[in-house]
Design a protein. Structure first.
Lengths: 275, 168
């Protein structure tokens, strides 16, 4: 301790210089908007490129799994497209509607940073506001719901996944349409809880849970998970433990969903909410 | 010797006022601004304790910052300049050292000595100041040109002041 003091006193000129410069730099970064923005930009881009590098390595390692998922999704999409085409031929009786009634558009993105072991997990994607991503857009993976976009920068965006204590989702049971509120238990990246399902509804473990589509963020019917077990704890409602469909530890390619009619729906609901 | 302190304090105040009231409002061709206030650091006596040098440079920079809404920028540049000053003085000392009772002025040590001393320190100060102001390296050479031109005007002002104000 004494040696340290002696050292500091001996070189007091240099240490005082460092101290005063540090104070100046803190002042500069905190008090000047331009310099602060530059500073934050710099640290964010540093973070981004770091995550991108390591994301690249991870991408290579799990390429086989990813290939399989893509293949499966391709098949699914092809099936769906086929059905839609046939639908259109039969529903529009003779006439052809040239305006597509499209509600959702999909933006592909890649996960470059991801955490599963915290209470408030976040995911970083490699696309941002330059690519049309905005806060409150839905994020899905080939096998189910991932989360909701929370914030965006120019080239990156941050997603609150289902495994974050702040996440809430309106979900329903596929076979009978009863809906409830889904949240994370906070323990394990595979377990969520579905509440507010009334007691009289018939459910079994293994039943599929999908999004209800009421929130104007997620499209209806996207896979959330399956029922693991359930119990009637208090009053008239079940507490249902849900196995989350998406494997957060092996998450690479996701789609960000823009709801083109979201403003429409919000506007209408605001009007009826005011009365 | 006792008169030194009030004299330096008055010089401090006068230089800050001249800088913020007059010189900050002169802009030569838009982006060249001479900084005259650093004359205070140049003219402090040889015997000034080093820590006083740093602290007063910090205060000086902060005063100018307060008046030009750039907290910290002038302070950082001035402290850097004050940090360099003892080394520059040591480097350019005459063979038998500085005589007691003299000050780092043109009057005592001649035009060439004072010019060299001024140019090095003014360049150091302006370099730090202008690069902190743009805060990035992407326009390195256009900033560098501004550093050189502004330094030129600052040095001219400081040299002239030696003939007009500190004649004696």
């Amino acid at each position: 301790m004494r040696n340290l003091l002696r050292f500091i006193i001996r070189y007091h000129f240099f240490f005082l210089f460092l101290l005063l410069e540090t104070v100046s730099v803190i002042l500069i970064v905190q008090q000047n908007n331009y310099q602060r923005a530059q500073f934050i930009n710099f640290s964010k881009s540093l973070q981004g490129s770091y995550y991108e590098t390591f994301g690249g390595i991870r991408e290579y390692l799990s390429i086989r799994q990813t290939n399989r998922d893509l293949y499966m999704e391709n098949t699914l999409l092809r099936n769906r497209m086929d059905r839609l085409l046939r639908n259109r031929e039969t529903t529009y009786d003779g006439g052809y509607d040239s305006i597509p009634h499209r509600q959702f558009s999909y933006i592909p993105a890649r996960v470059i940073n991801n955490s599963v072991n915290k209470q408030f997990n976040f995911i970083t994607l490699n696309k941002g506001s330059h690519h049309g991503i905005e806060p409150e857009m839905a994020v899905i993976a080939p096998n189910g719901v991932v989360g909701v976009v929370y914030a965006t920068s120019g080239n990156y965006s941050m997603v609150i996944p289902m495994i974050n204590r702040n996440f809430r989702l309106s979900a329903k049971i596929l076979k009978n349409g009863y809906f409830g509120s889904l949240s994370w238990t906070g323990s394990g990246y595979q377990a969520a809880i579905l509440e507010e399902i009334p007691f009289h509804v018939e459910i079994q473990s293994g039943d599929t849970i999908v999004t209800s589509g009421y929130s104007a963020i997620f499209p209806e019917g996207i896979m959330v998970g399956t029922i693991a077990e359930f119990e009637a704890r208090e009053g008239n409602f079940y507490t249902i433990a849900v196995d989350i469909a998406v494997d957060y530890k092996n998450l690479l390619y996701v789609n960000v969903i823009r709801n083109l009619l979201q403003e429409d729906q919000r506007e209408l609901e605001r009007i009826s909410g005011n009365d | 010797m006792i008169k030194l302190l009030p004299r330096n304090i008055i010089r401090f105040i006068v230089l800050v006022l001249v800088q913020v009231l007059i010189i900050n409002n002169i802009q030569i061709s838009g982006f060249i601004v001479p900084y005259f206030y650093i004359l205070f650091i140049l003219l402090m006596p040889f015997e000034t304790p080093k820590w006083v040098l740093l602290v007063s440079a910090f205060a000086l920079g902060l005063m100018v910052d307060l008046f030009s809404q750039t907290p910290g920028m002038h302070a950082a540049a001035s402290v850097f300049m004050a940090f360099l000053r003892p080394y520059i003085l040591e480097m350019s000392a005459p063979r038998d050292g500085y005589e007691t009772g003299t000050f780092p002025r043109l009057h005592y040590y001649g035009f060439q000595w004072f010019l060299r001393y001024t140019v090095i320190l003014v360049l150091a100060h302006h370099f730090i100041l202008f690069y902190i102001e743009v805060f990035r390296f992407s326009e390195f050479f256009s900033t560098f040109l501004r550093v050189l031109l502004s330094s030129l005007f600052s040095v001219i002002l400081i040299m002239l002041s030696q003939y007009f104000i500190y004649r004696k």
